[in-house]
Design a protein around this ligand. Sequence first.
Ligand code: SAM
Ligand code: SF4
Length: 475
Amino acid sequence: MIYYPEKYAIKDERMKPFIDEKETWGFINNVKADKQRVREVIQASLDKKRLSLEETAVLINATDPELIEEIKEGARTLKEKVYGERIVLFAPLYVGDLCTNNCQYCGFRSENKGMKRITLNEQQLIEETTALIDQGHKRLILVYGEHPKYSAEFIAETVNIVYGVKHDNGEIRRVNINAAPFDIPGFRTIKDSGIGTFQIFQETYHEPTYAKVHLGGVKRNYEWRLTSLDRAQEAGIDDVGIGALFGLYDWRYEVLSLVRHVNHFEAVYNVGPHTISFPRIQNAMSLNIDKEHLVKDDEFVRLVSILRLAVPYTGMILTAREPRHIRDQVLRFGVSQIDGGTNLELGGYSKGKKDSQDLTMGQFQINDNRSLNEIMDELIKTGYIPSFCTACYRLGRTGEHFMEFSVPGFIKRFCSPNALLTLAEYLEDYAPADTKEKGYQLIDQKIEELSAHQKVEKLREKMELVKQGRRDLYF
Ligand code: SAM
Ligand code: SF4
């Protein structure tokens, strides 16, 4: 069985494309998925090996319902064994929807004249951030259209504004970015503002489809986008998030390409991406795409499970694009981060209403309108530990997913205690009484469980301090 090194048709080089369409289809069309082979591949993943393209293709090609169940079970076991019950929470904050591109799936596209174009000014950004802090958030992802106005300097400035907002006991401790690709100096400027992850989704790795759906602006250039996170790495941003927009092309091709992107990073930068996102296309104003590749629910659950097994040490993000029943299901198969209380309307958080679903106000429609507290409550009830932890990033422990995965005891020593401390902060400052009660029951139970493996005195001490009003304590 081959794991490393892998020889692919295109040699991996810094800032050079790495996707070969024929090769990708070659794997999908030729790799056999008999029972024994599927089981071997699941076991390789449970042994903490990132899967090769050939192995990922084995999972993709397994269509027997019994084997699909085994893949899902494998993903569930891996998630439980490796990551435990923590789920990290965040919220998207849309800063501006001006856009010079013409992506056929997006409400912000330049040709859509019905969209209300808004760029938050400093005051509005402060109000939005304050509203999110008051929900209990500690981690945001700032989102921007692609427009000359949203230069690297502009983005860095908005990051500084967000970090500068303090309200009561709250503050934002980690700002991630989803914005257009930059050149290396641009990425450097944004890095210097203290961001966490820079996310850029390739949308589709299939070049002919990419050309069909990107009809204007800089984003037409497939290679500029494909190599964008290499430039981020060159600029010193080693914390990057990749993704594909599922529904534009064959999901099997996109899954293999995401894995190819991961091993490209490993080959040239020695570190995989921090996170993978797998948004499915949602309804949007002036949506204009072929429906033939839309991904059905069962395929979606399958593809998330396959990704979990293929890249065991990469964080996986699931957003409120998906309805609650899908979110609940997919959480079990390996998702590590979700958003809560999401509102895509520009300026929508400070207006204090749920996402309006008015398509002239947002990029696309979301399907999970629960408030952050509703989600927290639900997670606590089901035994997950909701976490707002930002410790690794602030202690310079980058690559934490890798550490979680590869350093024995890392989760029990750092992640679980930190998750519990941030949960306690939330319970003290933002939760209604019944959530608070359930939350502390969960905390007591989890500390008890941890005490079987390690000393928990320090954790108990810190927990007491949180109850007395101290904040931002972590290991
Ligand atoms: N303008 C930047 C860009 O295109 O990279 C920022 C990203 S955009 C605001 C965020 C992501 O939303 C896109 O990369 C795309 O994958 C996703 N998206 C766009 N339209 C969507 C739709 N109709 N349904 C679901 N996701 C969509
Ligand atoms: Fe603009 Fe991004 Fe929407 Fe494309 S996906 S139209 S680049 S905001």
